[in-house]
Design a protein around this ligand. Structure first.
Ligand SMILES: [Mn+2]
Length: 224
């Protein structure tokens, strides 16, 4: 069993009116559970942190084998609706890996480019995680990963928790410095999920609400 989580409040209805039905449709096809959360869950932290809290809360009650978290500014291409998460998990969640992130970059002419060169160079990692799309195994190791992420953001790395890119900052400069947690991380190829030149899931971001709505509506109109 797989649960797909999305957090969004009504201020982005302009595009979730398209993205939510697409994800619901995807869940229907594959028998996954779509779980929508509509509230800010941590009053004194930037909204984006509520996503991590949502995952933590969800793990406490869910008996799903895998939990996926998707940002609201994502779409699935009509011709890839049949691609199952089981297939992605089998192919990419290998060895010690228990969390698959979207890579924060995209392919150009078949070559992968980081969306944040400066940060990539600083961290000495060409592939950085995009915190807005992941597939996680519902396991004690992953629970610890999520608990640590939130704990650092609210505690020791509080000073980074409100500096863009907020959750990613604490992930990179905190969670991933622990080798035991770092080794749980794997990546989906950008041909599967990315902002551009991708086939399965397009993750918009860094666009206006109206632009995001227009982009997602294009695919919505093909599906429905
Ligand atoms: Mn996003």
């Amino acid at each position: 069993m797989i649960d797909i989580l999305m957090l969004s409040t009504e201020h982005i209805d302009i595009y979730t009116q398209y993205s939510i039905p697409i994800w619901k449709k995807y869940c229907e096809i594959h028998g996954y559970k779509f779980c929508h959360y509509g509230e800010k869950l941590i009053p004194d932290m930037a909204f984006t942190w509520s996503r991590i809290k949502m995952i933590q809360d969800h793990f406490k009650t869910s008996d799903a084998e895998y939990v996926m978290m998707v940002d609201a500014d994502t779409l699935i291409y009509k011709d890839q609706l049949e691609l199952s998460l089981e297939r992605l998990i089998t192919q990419y969640m290998t060895g010690d890996k228990k969390i698959l992130f979207q890579k924060d970059g995209s392919d150009r002419l078949g070559i992968y480019f980081s969306h944040n060169w400066k940060l990539s160079l600083e961290m000495k990692r060409w592939a950085l995680p995009n915190a807005g799309f992941n597939i996680m195994k519902n396991s004690p190791e992953v629970h610890e990963f999520i608990d640590t992420w939130l704990e650092l953001g609210q505690g020791k790395l509080k000073h980074l928790a409100d500096i863009h890119p907020r959750t990613q900052n604490v992930l990179l400069r905190g969670v991933m410095l622990d080798p035991k947690l770092d080794k749980l991380i794997g990546y989906l190829p950008s041909s599967i999920v990315s902002k551009r030149n991708t086939k399965f899931c397009k993750h918009l971001s860094a666009m206006t609400k109206e632009q995001i709505a227009t982009e997602i509506k294009k695919e919505y109109d093909k599906i429905f």
